[in-house]
Design a protein around this ligand. Structure first.
Ligand SMILES: *Cc1c(COP(=O)(O)O)cnc(C)c1O
Length: 473
């Protein structure tokens, strides 16, 4: 199967091209024209497989140009997750399960895709005898996961842009302490949308590509604009339905990559009914799914206790529009968004959206309440996962909350929510919380507080290009 441009299906590329060079022409993204539909017997047989075998069988059905052995090697990264398991599905009560996707090295769900993604990119680069500069813009978790996944990987360099002062302290430490000759992170003055815009500009710039080529590098991006990320995000949603039967899935959403994975899994025949989209106070997606209006005209990005969801321009909505309404309509709507910062779906389109999706949001107070309530039941959940609980009562099937980060990345918010107090010493407070709840702290996180600070610089967006070129040469 080839992938096509979401704004013009006449442009099609092989998977190996899309994962190495993720942007389509005219700002479009690559996506499948039709997803493989898997029959009942496939899903039944799946229940006896390991996650890795299951993942490989799903990927096989796409019939990409990339040899299956490359994916098989890549999926081995999950052996390094806690207890050698990619996801941990835990029971909260008879109708609610939590799909914990943060058992990888950097303690956010971004590892689920980025860890195998890096191994695929590395193998393809090696095959083609090419070198890649992988850039990423991060709202807090993509950066650490990308630096971790590509650190020390041959034929690659990684450059990560994060909004300075707008991530949690643990997220910041994960980036500024990233070791390895081939990695670099850089703070920018601005927010995630600014970082992502700069990333998209660089990715689409022929001049920048020419400059990089002089140093022997091609440009790639690790954000979920890259279909290679999305592929691995289909698997764990499908897996939840294999393990639990018919499910409704709640996803805390920002760039809509995680939720798109759930949508794709459903389209492939996984036993998923409704997909609930949870947002924080930056509730542009709530309005979109409720009213069919995407409107960023009078919105300012708010900083919340769930920084990885502090996003207004949600890239993967484009793939959803394409999947539901086709390339011409997607091109039209995206042009509207660019020119007017606004678009509205037709009534029929709104109805189509509502067949699958519902949405709601939590402000920080509601989020803190959910954290406190869940803590009273003996479980710590992070502020992103916390945005999901409000919608649980609306589920008609077994409900799965997609848990996207370990709480340890957000100790000050946890302390505020549970103890209603400030957090003067993050390091000792995280120990106190883990002690109280009988949990072991991940060593990768506690070690951060003693690691050398290697990349503390913060620059204006206008200086980013020069910084990248200096790093590469
Ligand atoms: C990235 C992230 C999200 C949002 O995921 P998207 O795929 O961008 O919608 C939610 N929670 C956490 C902890 C994240 O790191």
């Amino acid at each position: 199967m080839k992938l096509v441009n979401t704004r013009n299906t006449n442009q099609s590329v092989e998977f190996s091209e899309a994962i190495l060079s993720p942007m389509g022409e005219n700002g479009g993204l690559f996506a499948p024209l039709n997803l493989p539909l898997l029959d009942e017997s496939f899903w039944q047989d799946a229940s006896t497989l390991t996650y890795k075998k299951f993942a490989l069988k799903i990927i096989e059905k796409f019939e990409f140009d990339t040899p299956l052995s490359i994916f098989e090697n890549a999926l081995e990264v999950y052996d390094e997750f806690d207890e050698g398991e990619a996801t941990h599905i835990v029971k909260q009560n008879d109708r609610l399960y939590i799909n914990e996707l943060w058992h990888g090295k950097t303690r956010a769900f971004k590892d689920m895709a980025l860890a195998p993604f890096a191994k695929v990119v590395a193998q393809l680069a090696e095959q083609k005898k090419e070198r890649y500069l992988v850039i990423c813009a991060t709202s807090g978790d993509t950066g650490p996961a990308t630096l971790s996944a590509f650190g020390g990987v041959k034929n690659t360099k990684v450059f990560c842009l994060y909004p300075a002062g707008k991530t949690s302290e643990v997220q910041r430490l994960q980036m500024v302490t990233a070791a390895g000759k081939n990695v670099k992170s850089l703070g920018i003055v601005g927010n995630f949308d600014d970082a992502q815009r700069e990333l998209k500009t660089l990715l689409s710039s022929k001049e920048f590509a020419t400059k990089l080529a002089k140093f022997g590098y091609k440009l790639n991006a690790a954000n979920s604009v890259n279909f290679g990320r999305i592929l691995f995000q289909i698997l764990y949603h499908a897996w939840a339905s294999v393990k639990l039967g018919r499910v409704d899935i709640i996803v805390p959403s920002g760039n809509f990559g995680d939720a798109l994975g759930a949508f794709y899994a459903k389209k492939m025949g996984a036993n998923i009914d409704k997909i609930f989209i949870a947002s924080n106070a930056n509730n542009v997606l709530t309005d979109f799914f409720k009213n069919g209006i995407y409107d960023v005209r009078n919105r300012k990005l708010k900083l919340t206790m769930s920084p990885a969801m502090d996003i207004l321009v949600s890239s993967n909505i484009e793939r959803l529009l394409f999947g539901l309404f086709g390339d011409k309509r997607t091109a039209e709507l995206m042009a509207n968004l660019k020119q007017e910062k606004f678009y509205e779906l037709t009534d029929e389109e709104k109805a189509v959206l509502k067949e699958t999706f519902e949405a709601d949001f939590c402000d920080d107070d509601e989020c803190a309440e959910a954290i406190k309530k869940t803590a009273n039941s003996g479980r710590l959940i992070d502020p992103h996962t916390a945005t999901c609980f409000k919608m649980v009562s609306r589920a008609q099937n077994t409900c799965v909350i997609t848990s996207t980060a370990h709480w340890v990345k957000f100790t000050p918010s946890m302390v505020k929510a549970i103890k209603d107090s400030g957090c003067e010493d993050e390091f000792s407070q995280m120990h106190a919380l883990s002690h109280e709840f009988g949990e072991r702290l991940p060593k990768q996180i506690t070690d951060l507080f003693e690691a050398d600070l290697l990349h503390e610089d913060v620059v204006e967006v206008s200086q980013v290009e020069e910084k990248i070129l200096n790093f590469v040469k």
